[in-house]
Design a protein around this ligand. Structure first.
Ligand SMILES: CC(C)(COP(=O)(O)OP(=O)(O)OC[C@H]1O[C@@H](n2cnc3c(N)ncnc32)[C@H](O)[C@@H]1OP(=O)(O)O)[C@@H](O)C(=O)NCCC(=O)NCCS
Length: 198
């Protein structure tokens, strides 16, 4: 594995342990074991055993890692470096639903790219929460937006909660939790570190 990928893997897995301990503060981050994987590669918490069905998911990309943890519900996260407009033109028709494609048609190039990143990361976060990843065809799950951050399934399935926002000027992140009306608590380590070392 290249050095950069190894560092991202280590950072994401360390952050995952801290996120789990934030949900279950009695457990030290070093105690968590994420060695088990579902048949499609999703890491599962294998130890310690708790009464709650604690879940975690992680994502790493060039320059950023992101993690989501919940005490009860399936969750998925995806962080991506912003796509360029040539890539969007190449891929959009293969992964977006007809309605999603239609909403992109009248946007200027920068707004199209933003919209594509929101939709792509939402699709990946949702299929990671399902545990199937890229095995689920992305054009079969579609999204709509209530505002800048809050998304929902286009079929109005109320059993999902979703958030999507720019994690930096170059990165976009989305989170999906298979539960209605989730209260998201977001921590940004880079902002916390910047505040401690101005
Ligand atoms: C999961 C997947 C969407 C990741 O895409 P990506 O954008 O390249 O990578 P991300 O950084 O966002 O996510 C990677 C992390 O997702 C997690 N992950 C892997 N497979 C997963 C799955 N099926 N569901 C949820 N999370 C998964 C892992 O933690 C992985 O990081 P790690 O290997 O360092 O622990 C993609 O790799 C995939 O679909 N894999 C499934 C392929 C499959 O079905 N394989 C079957 C083998 S028989």
């Amino acid at each position: 594995m290249p050095t950069e990928a190894r560092r991202a893997f280590a950072a994401a897995h360390a952050l995952a342990r801290h996120a789990l301990s934030w949900c279950a503060p009695r457990i030290d981050p070093s105690e968590w074991r994420l060695s088990a994987r579902n048949p499609h590669g999703r890491p599962e918490v294998s130890a310690p055993r708790l009464d709650a069905d604690i879940r975690v998911n992680l994502s790493h990309t060039d320059g950023m890692v992101a993690v989501v943890a919940t005490l009860t519900d399936a969750c998925g996260i995806d962080i991506e470096r912003r796509a360029d407009s040539a890539m969007v033109s190449r891929v959009a028709h293969r992964v977006l639903s007809a309605t999603e494609l239609a909403t992109m048609r009248d946007l200027d190039p920068a707004a199209r790219t933003d919209q594509f990143c929101r939709l792509w990361t939402l699709k990946e976060a949702t299929t990671k929460a399902l545990g199937t990843g890229l095995r689920t065809p992305f054009d079969t799950i579609a999204f709509d937006f209530d505002d800048d951050r809050n998304a929902r399934r286009a079929d109005n399935d109320p059993s999902w909660s979703m958030r999507s926002w720019p994690a930096s000027p170059e990165h976009h992140v989305s989170v999906a939790v298979h539960a209605p009306k989730v209260d998201f608590v977001v921590h940004s380590l880079s902002e916390e570190l910047r505040a401690r070392n101005p």
